[in-house]
Write a protein that binds this ligand. Structure first.
Ligand code: AOF
Ligand code: ZN
Length: 357
């Protein structure tokens, strides 16, 4: 196993913390001696041990003279855990390879600290993959005023999310649905627009292989506050916290009826105002699952950071419901181009993960 392979392994290990570590980052680490892996670990849970200390403990005496390969620059601070740099220096590791620096000012500076102690440090291998994995963590440090917003849409080849007859449930296959369950676990909240809440009556709960440390909250964007208390999201608002975003001039009686289900009401005059309020309520990452109106409005306002596109191999034609509505017309020379982060087959469907440049 060379250092690059060790970093790829460390990234895989880091993902085992998905759903358990937010708002802290996913981190994985591998200790190699020559080309022999002698220890590995990951940050398993918010507040729990850091990846480096787990990997070093796994390596034991094997760490002496070895190389520590880790997906994030080791921390220097006393937080919920002691500084990883101290553990690394004690371990006898002589070289550290980190995929990226830690932009958290509280934890940063590990690189310098280790070099002062005579340890060789390299930063950078697979840095893009490490950054993509921790996009929400990085967003929070750069832009704490609004949540990291990801849009997830399962569409047909012709970009439809429902047929002309109201059917929208089974566009993608089982593997794509399992993936969405996994995806949800890593977000602070899952959102839909009011129309989708009324038509699909979704539960937006996590029912997959990862049990999130805290169940994601549910958010409904419904300016007109036209949500009946029988909707699943409102019926279960006492079990799983639910936020309803309404316009300041929404009908008072309707708003009261929604509030009486136990849902929290957020009044906002704009989408960016709504996101700022959600962020104040502790929602640092939001997965938006449609519908087309909400998706289009967020995209048009430049408020989507990441796009998870599940494309299913069928088409529904002109009468089908478009995945994204109301985007302004663009010429090719002006079109917003997104960066491909991941591309993966999920049985017959295709996952495409895109980031805004
Ligand atoms: C590492 N290795 O595995 C992780 C790091 O409160 P604490 O002590 O858990 O520190 C959290 C901060 O430390 C977090 O915001 C990030 O900057 C860094 N996380 N650092 O060396 C790890 N999870
Ligand atoms: Zn640490």
């Amino acid at each position: 196993m060379n250092e690059r392979e060790a970093m790829a392994r460390a990234l895989d290990l880091a993902l085992r913390g998905w759903g358990r570590v937010q708002p802290d980052p996913l981190v994985g680490a591998v200790v190699i001696k020559g080309t022999e892996p002698v220890g590995e670990g990951w940050h398993p849970e918010y507040g729990d041990r850091h990846a480096e200390t787990v990997a070093l403990a796994d390596a034991g005496e094997g760490a002496r003279g070895a190389t520590l390969v880790v997906t994030l620059e080791p921390c220097t601070h006393h937080g919920k855990q002691p500084p990883c740099t101290d553990a690394i220096i004690r371990s006898g590791v002589t070289r550290v390879v980190a995929a990226m620096r830690d932009p958290n000012p509280l934890a940063a500076g590990g690189c310098e600290r280790l070099r002062e102690a005579g340890i060789e440090v390299e930063i950078g291998p697979l840095g893009d993959a490490a950054a993509a994995m921790n996009a929400a963590f990085l967003h929070r440090l750069r832009n704490p005023g609004r949540p990291f917003v990801a849009l997830k849409l399962a569409t047909t080849l012709d970009g439809r999310i429902a047929d002309a007859f109201g059917g929208s449930r089974w566009i993608s296959g089982d593997a794509a649905r399992d993936y969405v369950q996994w995806l949800r676990a890593g977000f602070d909240a899952i959102a839909v627009g009011g129309r989708t809440a009324r038509l699909d009556d979704p539960a937006l709960t996590v029912r997959g292989s990862v049990l999130p440390k805290a169940a994601p909250r549910r958010v409904i964007f419904d300016r007109i506050a036209d949500l009946g208390p029988h909707l699943t999201l409102l019926r279960t608002a006492h079990e799983t916290p639910t936020v309803v975003v309404v316009a300041p001039d929404a009908d008072r009686t309707r708003v009261k009826r929604i509030a009486s289900t136990g849902a929290t009401i957020v009044q906002a005059g704009s989408l960016s105002g709504a996101l700022a309020s959600l962020s104040e309520q502790g929602i640092g990452s939001l997965l938006v699952e449609g519908g087309g109106q909400l998706a289009g409005a967020l995209l048009a306002a430049g408020l989507v950071d990441r796009y998870y596109w599940l494309q299913a191999p069928l088409w529904l034609g002109e009468g089908g419901v478009p995945a994204v509505a109301g985007l302004p017309t663009r010429g090719l020379d002006q079109a917003e181009r997104w960066r491909v982060v991941e591309r993966r087959p999920l049985d017959n469907d295709t996952l495409l993960v895109l980031d805004r440049r």
